[in-house]
Design a protein around this ligand. Structure first.
Ligand code: ADP
Ligand code: MG
Ligand code: MG
Length: 878
C-alpha cells in the first residue's frame, strides 16, 4: 500500500480524511470548491505514524518531500520562506482524524527571524504589525516547541504595559514590541541554553515534530480516553500560508457556527475581533464582538461570509463551525468542521435540514446521538445561574433537583408525604431504601459507581443521582455531612446536578424539559425505520403512563417485588415470610392479594391494548426482612435492659432466628426466582390469582389485556414445566370463576447460562424468552455485580483488562453469544417464539444494535430511556 506522506491542499479531498486528518481534508475540499483558503500542504498521518515508529525521527526522505511541497507553496504564494525582503510566513497546525478541539498544538507566523521581520516591517506603513507577529511567533514557538511556560512571556508583556499605562496589547507600539522581543529572546537563551532559532527551515522541521509530539500530550490522551478515540491514529500537520488579521483596522479574525449550537436556531452564531490574530478570540484578552456586528462594520465581507456559510452547509449537509480571517479587506476561510452541539440543537438542526431538503430522514436519524437525549428528558439547571458547588461525584443519572437533605429512607418518605422536597443522602443504597428513593427528588451516595444500585434505580425513575461522591463525609448518627470545612445538616437545602455530578449549596433555578415538536417528529421518523419493538420496564401505573407517553409499546418487565416494598405492605410481607405453617402464610397472603390485584388492575388499564410481561417474585425472601446486624444490636440492647418488655424481646428473638435461617452465603445464586416458586408455590399462586383476577376485572371494564407471565431464573426445563402447570391451574380457576377467557402466555427469563445452552428444550414449554442480561452477565462472568463494581471492575476497565463495563454495554462476545444461541435454539424448537431483552442493556445504544442484529423482537428499558431506544433501534436499522 502506498500512503503518501505530503499532499498539497489542492489535491486533498474529504474522502482522504484518514490520511489528511479532519482539518487537512476540509482545507483540501474547500480549496477544490474554489473557496478563499490560503494555500498550503498537509503532512499526513502516515508520516506521523512513521515518525513514532522510527523512534521519533524525521527521515531525510520526508525532509526532502517537505522541501518540495514547500517550494510548490512558495510558487503559489509568490513569496519565499526566509526571503529578507518579502518573507513567506506559515502556520503549522495539528489536525487529527477525529476532531479534538484545542487538544493539540499550533504555531503561527513561522518564518520570522531578526532579518525577515525587518523585511515584513518595511512592506507596510505601520511596522508595529511585523513586530507584533514576531513576538507572537516567539511566544508560540517557545511554548509549543521549546516547552517554555507561557506565563514567562505574559509577565514581560505585563511589565511593558504597566510602564506605558496601557490596558490592552493593541496599545503597545512598534518600539514596545521590539523591546519585548529582545526580552523574549534573552529568556529563550537563558532557559534553553541556545539563541532563538533563526533558520526558517529548521524552525519548520522543529514545529512539525512538536505538533506530531503533541498527539501524546497529557490533555490529548485524556480527551481520547473520555471519547474512546484510539491512541494509534496519529495527527496530520498542516503547513499553510499565513494571512494577517492583525494587519490593521481593516483586518480581523473570528469564529462562527452556521446555526446556534445550543438551540439549533438557524442564525449565524459567533464572534470576531478587529485587528487580531488566531487565538485572540478565544483567549479572552479582549472581548470579541458578536458576528452580527460585522454586518455594519464590514458589510461586504459579512455578506460574502454569509454566502460562504450557506455554501459550506449545503456542501457538507450539516451545521458547520467555521474559522475566518480578514486581511486588509479580503476574506479567508481557515477551517470548517461539523459543529459540536447540545442535544436540543442536534434534534432541531437534523429536522430543519430535512425540511430544507438538505438531508433525508434516514440521515437525520443518524445525526443525533441517542445517549445525548438524556439531556432533553430531564429538568436541568438554568445555564445562566451562578452556583455554589460543594462537591463533585460521578454523574450517575442526569437532571437536576433541589430539596432538603435527609439521611434515612423512612424520613425521606415521611417528609415527602408532608409535601416537602427532599434529597436522599446515603453512603450507598440497597433495595431496602427504594421507598426513600421514590420519595426523594434526587439521590447522592458517597460510595458506589455509575451502575450502583442507587444509580440504576434513579436512572430508571428518571431521577437525578450522583454516586461515589467521596469528598463527602457522611455521619449518619449526627445526621450531617461534611465537605472540607462545610457542614450540611438534615433539613438544609442543597441542589444536585446529575449531569455534571455537582452537589450545590442552596436551591437553584430549574428549567423544564421541552419535548419540542422537532423531537416528536424525529422519533416518529425513527418509528418508521426501526424493526425492534420498544417496551418499558415499569412496576406501577405512573411509570407505565410516562412510558406510554414516550412511546412504549408494552411492558417488557413488571417486577412484582417492588409492589411488596411500599411501607404499608412491608409488615404484611414480613408476616408472610415469618409464618411457621402454610396456613399462617396463607392468611398473610390473603391480605396481600387485594393490594397486589389493585396494582395489576391499574397497570392493565394504563397499558390498554398492549402486552404486559409480569415477572413473578424474584429476590430472596430475606431482602424483605431487617438487616441481621442491626437486629442483633437491637436484641442485645433489649436483652441487657432489665425494664424491657419480655414480649418484645421474644418477638425480636423470633425475628432474629428467622433472619438467620434465611441468611445465605451467596444470595445472588441462592434461594430466589423460580426456586422460590417451587418451594413455596403459595406465594406464586397468590400473585397469579391477583394477576388473573385483575385481568378479568379490567376486561369487564372494557380494557383489552395481554398478560404475559414470566418465570424468573429458570435453568432447567423441568422448573418451567412445573411453574407453567401452576400458572395454567390458577388461570383456569379464575377463568371459571369470572366466566372470562383471559388471553395469556407463559414464558421465561433467560438469565443463567444453562437456560441459553438448553434453550431448545426450554422453548418447548415457553411462549416467549426475555433475556435478563443483568443476571446473565453476572452468571456468565461469574461476577457478583455489587462486589465487582466496588472492588475490581473499575481497575479492569482502567487497565483495559475488559474493554467496557459489561453491566453497561452488553458483552457481545460472551454474554451476547449466549443470547444469540438462545434465540437460535429457541426458534428451532418453536418457530413463533417471541424474544426480547429486559436487562439494563435494553436502553443502551450499542446493545440495542446487537439486539437488532440478533433478531430479537423487542427491547425493554426504563421509561426515560424509551426515546433513546426508539432512536437507537432506528439507527441500527438504517
Ligand atoms: P485549533 O485546532 O486548536 O483550532 P488551528 O490550527 O485551527 O488550531 O489554529 C488556531 C487558530 O490559528 C485558528 O483559529 C486561526 O485563527 C489561526 N490560524 C491558523 N492558521 C492560520 C493562517 N494560515 N493564517 C492566519 N491565521 C491562522
Ligand atoms: Mg481551529
Ligand atoms: Mg434476574
Amino acid at each position: 500500500m502506498n500512503r503518501p506522506f505530503v499532499i498539497p491542499f489542492h489535491e486533498g479531498r474529504l474522502k482522504m480524511k484518514d490520511l489528511l486528518g479532519g482539518k487537512g481534508a476540509n482545507l483540501g475540499e474547500m480549496t477544490r470548491a474554489g473557496l478563499p483558503v490560503p494555500p498550503g500542504f498537509t503532512i499526513t498521518t502516515a508520516a506521523c505514524l512513521e515518525y513514532f515508529e522510527a523512534g521519533r525521527i524525521l527521515t531525510e526522505e520526508r525532509k526532502r518531500e517537505i522541501a518540495m511541497a514547500l517550494s510548490g507553496l512558495e510558487q503559489e504564494a509568490g513569496k519565499k520562506l526566509g526571503d529578507p525582503r518579502d518573507p513567506l510566513l506559515v502556520s503549522v497546525r495539528s489536525g487529527s482524524v477525529i476532531s479534538m478541539p484545542g487538544m493539540m498544538d499550533t504555531v503561527l507566523n513561522l518564518g520570522l527571524n531578526d532579518e525577515t521581520v525587518e523585511g515584513l516591517a518595511g512592506l507596510t506603513d505601520d511596522p508595529r504589525f511585523a513586530y507584533d507577529c514576531y513576538r507572537r511567533f516567539i511566544q508560540m514557538f517557545g511554548d509549543v516547541v521549546l516547552g517554555m511556560a507561557p506565563y514567562r512571556f505574559e509577565e514581560t508583556i505585563e511589565v511593558r504595559k504597566e510602564e506605558r499605562g496601557a490596558t490592552s496589547d493593541t496599545e503597545l507600539s512598534a518600539e514596545d514590541w521590539k523591546w519585548v522581543i529582545e526580552r523574549f529572546k534573552e529568556e529563550v537563551e537563558r532557559e534553553t541554553g541556545n539563541p532563538f532559532p533563526q533558520d526558517p527551515v529548521d524552525q519548520l522541521h522543529r514545529a512539525v515534530l512538536a505538533v506530531f509530539d503533541s498527539w501524546h500530550n497529557q490533555r490529548a490522551r485524556i480527551y481520547r480516553k473520555v471519547h474512546k478515540i484510539s491512541d494509534g491514529l496519529g495527527t496530520a500537520v498542516n503547513v499553510q500560508m499565513m494571512v494577517f488579521g492583525n494587519a490593521g483596522d481593516d483586518s480581523g479574525t473570528g469564529v462562527a457556527f452556521t446555526r446556534n449550537p445550543s438551540t439549533g436556531e438557524k442564525a449565524l452564531y459567533g464572534e470576531y475581533l478587529i485587528n487580531a490574530q488566531g487565538e485572540d478570540v478565544v483567549a479572552g484578552i479582549r472581548t470579541p464582538e458578536p458576528i452580527a456586528a460585522l454586518a455594519s462594520r464590514m458589510p461586504g465581507i459579512y455578506e460574502q461570509f454569509r454566502s460562504i456559510c450557506r455554501r459550506l452547509e449545503n456542501h457538507y449537509r450539516d451545521m458547520q463551525d467555521i474559522e475566518f480571517t480578514v486581511e486588509r479587506g479580503k476574506l479567508y476561510i481557515l477551517q470548517t468542521r461539523s459543529g459540536k452541539r447540545t442535544a436540543h440543537a442536534a434534534v432541531k438542526v437534523a429536522v430543519d435540514l430535512v425540511n430544507e431538503e438538505i438531508i433525508d430522514r434516514e440521515t437525520a436519524l443518524t445525526r443525533v446521538d441517542p445517549e445525548q437525549l438524556d439531556q432533553i428528558l430531564h429538568r436541568r439547571i438554568d445555564p445562566e445561574a451562578e452556583l455554589d458547588v460543594l462537591a463533585k461525584g460521578l454523574p450517575a443519572s442526569p437532571g437536576a433537583a433541589s430539596g432538603r437533605v435527609v439521611f434515612d429512607a423512612d424520613i425521606a418518605e415521611r417528609l415527602s408525604h408532608e409535601g416537602q422536597k427532599v434529597i436522599l443522602i446515603r453512603p450507598e443504597t440497597t433495595p431496602e431504601d427504594i421507598h426513600g428513593i421514590v420519595a426523594a427528588r434526587g439521590v447522592v451516595t458517597s460510595r458506589g459507581g455509575m451502575t450502583s444500585h442507587a444509580a440504576v434505580v434513579a436512572r430508571g425513575m428518571g431521577k437525578p443521582c450522583i454516586c461515589g461522591c467521596g469528598e463527602m463525609e457522611i455521619n449518619l448518627k449526627q445526621k450531617e455531612f461534611r465537605v472540607a470545612e462545610t457542614v450540611i445538616r438534615e433539613g438544609d437545602e442543597i441542589s444536585i446536578d446529575g449531569g455534571t455530578g455537582h452537589v450545590i449549596s442552596g436551591s437553584v433555578p430549574l428549567i423544564d424539559p421541552e419535548l419540542s415538536e422537532e423531537f416528536q417528529l424525529l422519533l416518529k421518523w425513527a418509528d418508521e425505520y426501526r424493526r425492534l419493538a420498544v417496551r418499558t420496564n415499569a412496576d406501577n401505573p405512573a411509570d407505565a403512563a410516562k412510558a406510554r407517553e414516550f412511546g412504549a409499546e408494552g411492558i417488557g418487565l413488571c417486577r412484582t417485588e417492588h409492589m411488596f416494598m411500599e411501607a404499608d405492605r412491608v409488615p404484611l410481607v414480613q408476616a408472610m415470610i415469618l409464618a411457621e405453617t402454610v396456613e399462617e402464610r396463607q392468611k398473610a397472603l390473603e391480605k396481600l392479594l387485594p393490594l397486589q390485584k389493585e396494582d395489576f388492575r391499574g397497570i392493565f388499564r394504563t397499558m390498554d391494548d398492549l402486552p404486559v410481561t409480569v415477572r413473578l417474585l424474584d429476590p430472596p425472601l430475606h431482602e424483605f426482612l431487617p438487616d441481621m446486624e442491626e437486629l442483633l444490636t437491637e436484641w442485645t440492647r433489649l436483652s441487657m435492659n432489665p425494664d424491657a418488655d419480655p414480649q418484645e424481646l421474644r418477638e425480636k428473638e423470633q425475628l432474629l432466628r428467622k433472619v438467620r435461617s434465611l441468611h445465605e452465603m451467596n444470595p445472588m445464586l441462592g434461594h430466589r426466582g423460580c426456586r422460590l416458586g417451587l418451594i413455596h408455590p403459595e406465594i406464586y399462586v397468590m400473585q397469579l390469582k391477583a394477576l388473573f383476577q385483575a385481568a378479568a376485572e379490567a376486561m369487564a371494564e372494557g380494557v383489552t389485556v395481554e398478560p404475559e407471565i414470566m418465570i424468573p431464573l429458570v435453568g432447567h426445563v423441568n422448573e418451567l414445566k412445573e411453574m407453567r402447570k401452576l400458572v395454567d391451574e390458577v388461570a383456569s380457576e379464575v377463568q371459571e370463576e369470572s366466566g372470562r377467557a383471559i388471553p395469556y402466555t407463559v414464558g421465561t427469563m433467560i438469565e443463567v447460562p444453562r437456560a441459553a445452552l438448553t434453550a431448545d428444550e426450554i422453548a418447548s414449554v415457553a411462549d416467549f424468552f426475555s433475556f435478563g442480561t443483568n443476571d446473565l452477565t453476572q452468571t456468565t462472568f461469574g461476577y457478583s455485580r455489587d462486589d465487582a463494581e466496588g472492588k475490581f471492575l473499575h481497575h479492569y476497565i482502567d487497565h483495559k483488562v475488559l474493554p467496557e463495563n459489561p453491566f453497561v454495554t452488553l458483552d457481545t462476545d460472551g454474554v451476547g453469544k449466549l443470547v444469540s444461541m438462545g434465540v437460535e435454539l429457541g426458534r428451532k424448537s418453536k418457530s413463533g417464539l417471541k424474544t426480547g431483552i429486559c436487562g439494563e442493556h435494553g436502553g443502551e445504544k450499542q446493545s440495542i444494535r446487537f439486539c437488532h442484529q440478533t433478531g430479537l423482537d423487542y427491547v425493554s428499558c426504563s421509561p426515560f430511556r424509551i426515546p433513546l431506544a426508539r432512536l437507537a433501534a432506528a439507527q441500527a436499522a438504517v
